[in-house]
Ligand binder design. Sequence first.
Ligand code: COA
Ligand code: AMP
Length: 632
Amino acid sequence: MARYQSVYQNWQQDPEAFWLDAAKDIDWVTPPTKALDDSTPPFYSWFADATCNTCYNAVDRHVAAGRGDQPAVIYDSPITGTKRTLTFAELQTETARLGGALQAQGVEKGDRVLIYMPMIAEAAIAMLACARIGAVHSVVFGGFASNELAVRIDDCQPKAVISASCGLEPNRTVPYKPLLDGAIEMATHKPALCIIKQREQLAAELIGGRDHDWDAVTAAATPADCVTVGGADPLYILYTSGTTGQPKGVVRTNGGHMVALNWTMKNIYNIDPGDVFWAASDVGWVVGHSYIVYAPLIAGCTTILFEGKPVGTPDAGTFWRVISEHDVKALFTAPTAFRAIRREDGAGEFIKKYDLSCFHALFLAGERADQATIEWAKEKLGVPVIDHWWQTETGWTIAGNPSGIELLDAPVGSAGIPMPGYDVQILDEGGHPVPDGTLGAITVKMPLPPGALPTLWNADERFKSSYLTTFPGYYETGDAGMKDENGFLYIMARTDDVINVAAHRLSTGEMEEVLSGHKDVAECAVIGVADELKGQLPLGFICLNGGCNRPHEEITAECVQRIRAEIGPVAAFKLVTVVDRLPKTRSGKILRGTMVNIADGTAWKMPATIDDPAILDEITDALKKMGYAGGA
Ligand code: COA
Ligand code: AMP
């Protein structure tokens, strides 16, 4: 561990010098003289006195350095059977055109642009074009429904929306335009314009005066130059689930984000300029922002934009095909993708069909990686399988394995060791550090490093109350876990009501809000139960209003539909049952944790504060009927 320790200590001893040194790898308009501005705690900003442009660093500087012909983005879609390679020079042209088209419509530095796109090259072009003109993008994942889009439109008030006519799921075409139109209708704020990429699979109807065809506006546009922005100016807002239906708008700033992500490519992922890096995620999630688009491009690598699934597009060999065909050196995905592959091809027959000699490492994150999946991947692929832990808020690894510094022999079950920038402390309820090996709340001593959120969009108070109030001076990650004597972290569970479904972060509180809106539902609870494929699945309990005698199947089907319509198919909400009562404490708090333990068959103790223990028998029976709590 000596090399890792020396780098970590370098950071600890002089964070300012550490980050200013890392900042030398970025092309600034005005270089920073100072890394951290800590004059207004608890709000910290990085590289605030510098000026820069993120698109310039991700695209133009590579063209200027003679790498114009190197592939920058490889779009590979087994769903449509198409592939497209964009060199850095082509990416420059495309982003400049779209940037110019946005400017021609009045979009300026600081304006927000909402991006609602499937996994096509235009999604990356749209993000970079915003960065180019200093506009702040907010990408919304395609699996969210109109209502979720509307909430985001009202919160970030975009001047423009960039979208496509449709997304493609293996079993269906998802018409995006009606979802977008519905959202704009629902929202109080009305964007001035929409730019729509028409896909050949399904054309969208454009609304005159508001909607513009992507191809037409970009063909006519005057290419935009990179607009200089401040180092601490926002680059993007990415909404993530919290405790309520109001998602949190995580803010990412230009300077710190570039410095941190660029540092990670070599030090964490061991990737050099010119290498091919593939994050099999979606641009709608933080992994997609950081590791499909920004980090690989800033570091001068080729990135893969994959429109497909690990299985079924067309088979469990699709990942190996992409790796061997495009010379991928490292793959980053979620454990759930590997569980899906393993379920279909446990013997690894598909792996044998491809030459994977280019492939050096597999990185997993997004949810807890189960040991069986890690072992299977190690054995079948013969490369290091590296777990690492982070979240939308941080934008890059809190704890991992610094494979470009030295590949550590991480203990089984651990998600790695803290990276420079993160002073991770495990605290008890009173805010005191717990001994090694003891479970507690995982926190990071403030300030957070460059790249991590400085605040929530237009919600400084919520930023404080969500993350900084429980443990003054520390950022509360929302995860519980422990540290071993060598500093390796074990991430065990969330401390809030966020659940992780196929590595998608969802809020059970939000689902409860939606269920409560059903006219027959008096009370409800949603919990996350263990699932072999997706890690967790949401399961709902509803109590009906007195006097409601409609058939239960009808009401539960409506509840499933309601969540699909209001949150989206990504919620994967399909399990719901009617119960007479919910188990509560004497003060009226629903005992969700106990319900989860019963469902998963894990050990639990009767809560001392329970109001009526008999209700737990009713809950157990209901769960058994659904195949949980040891039921068939
Ligand atoms: N647009 C519209 N709908 C979408 C969507 C999108 N971009 N992404 C997912 N959905 C829909 C799916 O079609 C599915 O709908 P259905 O209920 O009609 O079948 C639903 O949302 C749930 O999707 P998902 O959770 O992806 O389940 P799945 O059964 O389609 O696939 C896996 C399961 C494990 C193969 C898949 O989740 C996967 O590849 N996960 C990788 C994890 C990942 O990318 N994580 C990102 C963070 S690293
Ligand atoms: P998101 O913000 O969507 O990236 O989700 C972040 C959350 O996913 C974290 O707070 C954890 O709860 C969980 N998570 C991410 N990576 C890991 C990991 N490697 N091990 C365990 N949980 C993880």
